[in-house]
Design a protein around this ligand. Structure first.
Ligand code: NAP
Length: 214
């Protein structure tokens, strides 16, 4: 199973690469720069002891990947979607981790509503014909990278592609994946990040997350 992580050279994407590679998942780190992708892949490989980490340009990283994670800031989503659109393989599941924030555009850390309703739905509009699911909205990079941290990951989207991602995540140490309903529910999961931002600010942390009790 191969997961391509577009924007995998920093933040959430790099942390996800560490978490997945530590559980033996084959990871391809994508970047706008091949050199940067290779450097970060080498670092992730060294940190995790995995020989199955590669670095490539975003448009090449997706080749043969069962899952393609978008881990770029919202303004970059359109450019990256355009770069990969014609090269996506049939059957790839697209995963949006994107939370559109004004801070990505130099403003305050506040949610900005895409006209499609959510970033995940905006990405689905860009990539018609490919199943888009959303995940990792509540997953701070600092906790994802800390392999001792236990995390709930809500996955929204059509059941079949969402459960393909859930199956993969069930095999990843410390992750409890939960199905969160159709892609439209990304409107809820993305917006809730606003609360985490406030909690982080108030408690001077970067690690606020959500866990579900049932
Ligand atoms: N950080 C978190 O804890 C966290 C948690 C949940 C969700 N998210 C979401 O995940 C996404 C990434 O967040 P992040 O904090 O990881 O971001 P980041 O560190 O600012 O960026 C990640 C990577 O995206 C690429 N990138 C940056 N700007 C770009 C652009 N305009 N066009 C194309 N690629 C660009 C860069 O890779 P290259 O320069 O190598 O191309 C960069 O290393 C965001 O949408 C965020 O809302 C983040």
């Amino acid at each position: 199973m191969t997961v391509a992580i577009l924007g995998g050279t920093a933040g959430l994407g790099r942390a996800l690469a560490i978490r997945l590679a530590s559980s033996g998942v084959r990871v391809v780190i994508g970047s706008r720069s091949e050199e940067k992708a290779r450097e970060v892949a080498k670092e992730v490989s060294r940190l995790t002891g995995s020989a199955h980490v590669e670095g490539r340009r975003n448009e090449d990283a997706i080749e043969g990947a069962e899952f393609v994670v978008f881990a770029v800031p919202y303004p970059g989503m359109y450019e990256v979607a355009k770069a990969v659109r014609t090269k996506l393989g049939e059957g790839s599941v697209i995963v949006s981790a994107i939370v559109p924030l004004e801070s990505d555009l130099g403003g305050p850390a506040r949610y900005i509503e895409p006209s499609a309703g959510s970033a995940a739905e905006a990405l689905q509009e860009q990539l018609r014909g490919f199943p888009v699911v959303s995940a990792f909205h509540y997953t701070p990079a600092s906790l994802l990278e800390d392999l001792s941290a236990e995390l709930d990951v809500v996955v929204c989207g059509e059941r079949e592609p969402a459960y393909r991602l859930i199956e993969l995540l069930r095999g990843v140490r410390g992750i409890r994946p939960l199905y969160g309903g159709p892609l439209r529910n990304s409107r809820v999961t993305e917006r809730l990040v606003q609360l985490l931002i406030e909690i982080n600010r108030e408690h001077k942390t970067k690690a606020a997350t959500l866990r579900f009790a049932f």
